[in-house]
Design a protein around this ligand. Structure first.
Ligand SMILES: [Zn+2]
Length: 476
């Protein structure tokens, strides 16, 4: 549970500011340029992406980003990019980092009882970003101090995965002390609630979701007693805040909003990965038998996934057949069907299902990834190469697709191109030293024509320049 500490370090209100919080409501005096905010967020993300709790699941993160975009599309001024990501952590937490990076714990997604509830947390976090709460807290600080704060935050994150207890203890002390100061001020919380509620309403969600979810979080807090869930510690939740929300909500007309199927499928997928495979099977078998679930179709989907974990492929197939019979349509169902084929040793069959699904869900990244993987498993590198290369024409910044392309080149025995693709994949993850290393390997590769070689040389020069610039910035 150190990651939220790390994230909120970036929001640390320095002691010098404690007595002079910025005025709210006025045009924020932002001394921190947006590029700097973005850079801070990016370097934090580089660490987070390497953390074992970072969830690399294109279905879950794809869904969360779609949900987030429904809200950010309603931001009126100052359009900015947002990236929503998921951490595998059962505690109820979500946090925003400078530059528009918003993290959500799996525990929070599973605790949400409606899509509007989940959206309300995203809306609140988005508002911390759009209102530049970080920048307004550090506006009187020099960037150098900010850099040392960031360095410390990264050290704490590193300690999280370091079995060396002494080092962990060394940073845990100050970290714990800082946690006390990390909470946003009540004024910032109220502002994030107010703007979040507006986004929620404009995007067509049920605004009562906000009050109901926060009330539930508060109840959780009482259960945990002193060990309140992270969200409450970092976003102090008061009865006053909830009352304020309820006041605003009561003035609005009642609106019934249906949840998307994907909301329920994503929750079921995450739930099916909890505990032992047998535990997961029991949870979903009970839901299906007693018809006690927010979505019975999602319960069947969760049961199929739990059966796959328990290696009961026939059981999973039976659930899939029932979902097909009920004409349940979602890219997640197609991926489930393809996964079942692969598990039965039929990657060709999996590729066929995914190929057929592509025109129906052309924007769905998870389908493209799964198809490329199925083609590689089926040892059809030429087709995998065509798919990944075509895809990268549209999605220029997709590190995962570059990695799949590298695997296709590797299977075709094209070493120079394999390393070149891997270099692009690392670059897009912000790992410049690894990118440079791959380009050096590409230079040494025995294959490749004159054109490819000179391209690698040019790219290596560019990356080295970028790396040098980055090193210069990191120096105090
Ligand atoms: Zn907050």
């Amino acid at each position: 549970m150190r990651l939220p500490i790390f994230a909120f370090l970036l929001f640390l209100a320095p002691a010098v500011l404690a007595d002079g919080l910025p005025e709210l409501g006025e045009a924020a005096q932002v001394d921190l340029p947006p590029q700097v905010e973005k850079r801070i967020g990016e370097s934090a993300m580089q660490e987070i992406r390497r953390d074992p709790s970072y969830l690399e699941d294109a279905e879950v993160s794809g869904y969360l980003n779609r949900l987030g975009r429904r809200l950010t599309a309603k931001i009126e001024e100052g359009q900015q990019d947002f990236e929503f990501f998921v951490l595998k952590d059962s505690t109820l937490n979500a946090f925003a980092m400078p530059g528009g990076y918003i993290g959500v714990h799996t525990g929070l997604i599973m605790a949400a009882q409606s899509e509007s509830e989940l959206a309300s947390v995203l809306g609140h976090e988005i508002s911390h970003v759009t209102q530049h709460h970080l920048a307004r807290m550090v506006s009187k600080q020099s960037q150098a101090q900010l850099a040392s704060l960031l360095a410390m935050a990264v050290a704490i994150l590193a300690a999280r995965n370091n079995p060396d207890v002494a080092m962990g203890a060394a940073v845990a002390g100050p970290a714990a002390a800082m946690q006390q100061q990390l909470n946003y001020s009540r004024d910032f919380e109220r502002e994030a609630d107010r703007f979040g509620l507006q986004l929620l309403e404009k995007a067509g969600f049920d605004i009562r979701g906000m009050a109901s979810f926060f009330e539930r979080l508060q109840k959780f807090g009482r259960l945990y007693e002193n060990n309140a869930p992270g969200y409450l510690r970092t976003h102090p939740l008061t009865t006053e805040r909830i009352a304020d929300m309820e006041n605003r909500i009561q003035q609005r007309p009642y609106r019934q909003v249906a949840d998307s199927l994907d909301f329920h499928l994503v929750r079921a997928k995450l739930n099916s990965q909890e505990g032992s495979p047998q535990d997961a099977v029991v949870v979903f078998e009970t839901q299906v038998r007693e018809r006690k679930a927010l979505s019975l179709q999602a319960a069947r989907y969760g049961l199929a996934r739990a059966y796959i974990r328990a290696k009961n492929l026939d059981g999973a197939d039976a659930q899939l057949t029932e979902l097909r019979r009920q004409k349940v349509a979602s890219p997640m169902i197609e991926i489930l069907a393809a996964e079942l084929r692969s598990r039965r040793g039929d990657p060709g069959g999996a590729a066929k299902i995914l190929r057929a699904a592509m025109p129906r869900y052309p924007q769905e990244r998870s389908i493209s990834y799964a198809l490329a993987e199925a083609l590689l498993d089926d040892r059809r590198p030429d087709e995998a190469l065509k798919l990944t290369s075509d895809d990268l024409q549209t999605y220029l910044a997709d590190s995962k697709m570059y990695e799949l392309q590298a695997r296709a080149y590797a299977m075709l025995g094209k070493q120079l191109l394999q390393h070149r693709s891997l270099a692009e994949s690392y670059r897009l993850q912000g790992q410049l030293p690894a990118a440079v290393e791959q380009l050096q390997l590409a230079q040494k590769a025995p294959d490749g024509d004159f054109y490819d070689r000179s391209q690698v040389d040019a790219r290596l020069r560019e990356m080295r320049a970028l790396l040098a610039e980055e090193m210069k910035r990191k120096k105090p």
